[in-house]
Design a protein around this ligand. Structure first.
Ligand SMILES: [Mn+2]
Length: 247
């Protein structure tokens, strides 16, 4: 038993080659080396690995390099679990086959060295953002996805571009608390899954929150994004947990 690493919100894209490079170094040096020394049990990617994923036929060359590295790690034996984010919710079975990563549902409850822990991307907890939740419901609908995936890649790319611009304008125009998680939604999900520990990303507000929830102490660990690179790596072992910078 060693440690488990959690990351989220790398938002890999050809626009940010430095983050792609950081990711590659992280996977090859930190993850592979630690795994070979038996210090690493698993890597969890809690959504938004990619800035956009248009379907498993997405041929973005920037992504192919990362896919190759993921495959190398899983072939070496490291378990890698990946969750959908709001940008890459179309990661599918073929991606799983290409990388050897296991797609996990959002939320998912795991046993983390004896502590029942809920893992989420985090976007579904931002319940005050009503227009986003409506959009989320639309694009998570299997029928919508089926229709979307039937369009040629170029058309899907144009749609994603437009959605991204709308989302940026939206985020700039709403108050900060609206794009953060709602305490009530957190309490409800903890109660529903009977856990007192939650790990998520998405908000780009890395922190460890300790609070009373359902008459018990609870902990919410938020891993940061890779744009700032601050506190974007959660290192969790049986005896301690630490949020670290990505380099
Ligand atoms: Mn996100």
């Amino acid at each position: 038993m060693a440690e488990t690493l959690f990351i989220a919100d790398l938002h890999l894209s050809e626009q940010c080659p430095d983050i792609v490079e950081k990711c590659q170094v992280f996977l090859k040096d930190k993850c592979l080396t630690r795994y070979q020394k038996s210090n690493l049990d698993a890597l969890y990617i809690l959504g938004d690995l990619f800035e956009s994923w248009l379907g498993d036929d997405d041929d973005n060359p920037t992504y192919q390099a990362v896919i190759k590295t993921l495959k190398m790690l899983t072939t070496a034996g490291l378990p890698i679990y990946i969750m959908h984010g709001n940008r890459d919710f179309l990661l599918g079975e073929k991606f799983s086959d290409m990388t050897g990563c296991q797609l996990i549902s959002d939320p998912i409850k795991i046993d983390l060295y004896g502590t029942p822990t809920l893992l989420m991307h985090g976007d579904s907890l931002c319940t005050l953002d009503v227009s986003y939740q409506q959009f989320r419901e639309q694009v998570r609908n299997p029928l919508w996805q089926q229709q979307f995936l039937a369009y040629p890649l170029e058309q899907r790319r144009a749609f994603a571009q437009q959605a991204r611009q709308q989302s940026q304008t939206h985020t700039q125009n709403v108050e900060e608390m609206i794009t953060d998680v709602t305490p009530r939604a957190v309490e409800e999900i903890l109660a529903e899954h009977q856990v007192t520990q939650l790990i998520h990303g998405h908000t780009h507000r890395p922190a460890v929150h300790e609070f009373q929830s359902n008459a018990q102490w609870a902990r919410r660990i938020v891993v940061g994004d890779w744009q700032t690179g601050k506190s974007c790596l959660l290192n969790y072992s049986a005896t301690q947990y630490t949020l670290l910078d990505c380099d």
